[in-house]
Design a protein around this ligand. Structure first.
Ligand code: FE2
Length: 207
């Protein structure tokens, strides 16, 4: 059984940017539902011990009839864990090295990176996520994926994401996605994203 990711902060810890009510619904209802369904599917298919990230690259070990369902729920688990772990109360606005230099090299400036990130998250139609990923060559790339698709399915290693499903902000901001994106950027934890970046580069080297 895949164990739930435990939030490293209180449900109210991201207030006033993201409310306790939103975090409670998002973590306890949405995320834990994906996890429960994924575990049911893995047990039914005799694969209870597989790590979530490995599911995307080995989806063909499952019968074709259940692959979409498994991918959807595995995405729901992995994408939410990346999202929740990428936020922190009182997060520092400083982007540490080596991520800082890599972002400047890719996007020209940190301001350009921020603007592109906001643009991607704003234009994503319907439900999904904006991801910052490391591609197989080690380059940083922004990508939008719908629903619960995972960058792992495209050979990318996700290091940061913004959940732009309405359930991420509707209770606080109704349909005002732009206000939510601004608030997300107040709590994004670039220390954690930097750690994910360094781990992604290591993972690539070991492939
Ligand atoms: Fe979500």
């Amino acid at each position: 059984m895949i164990q739930p990711y435990v939030l490293p902060y209180d449900l109210a810890g991201l207030e006033p940017h993201i409310s306790r009510k939103t975090m409670d619904a998002h973590y306890n209802r949405h995320y834990l539902n994906y996890l429960r369904k994924l575990n049911e599917l893995l047990v039914q298919n005799n694969t209870p011990q597989i790590p979530v990230a490995a599911i995307f690259s080995s989806i063909d070990i499952f019968p074709i009839q259940v692959r979409d369902d498994i991918l959807y729920n595995a995405g729901g688990v992995a994408n939410h864990e990346l999202y929740f772990s990428g936020m922190r109360p009182n997060a520092s606005k400083e982007i540490p090295e080596p991520l800082r230099s890599a972002l400047i090299a890719k996007f020209g400036s940190l301001e350009n990176f921020r603007n592109r990130l906001i643009e991607y998250a704003t234009i994503l139609p319907g439900s999904g996520y904006t991801f910052l990923v490391v591609n197989p060559r080690g380059d940083l790339v922004l990508m939008n994926l719908g629903n619960q698709e995972s960058p792992y399915s495209y050979g990318m290693i996700p290091i940061m994401n913004i959940d732009v499903w309405e359930h991420a902000y509707y209770l606080d901001k109704l349909n005002e996605r732009g206000k939510y994106i601004d608030d997300f950027l107040e709590v994004v934890d670039y220390n954690k994203i930097n750690e994910n970046y360094q781990n992604a580069l290591l993972e690539l080297r070991n492939r």
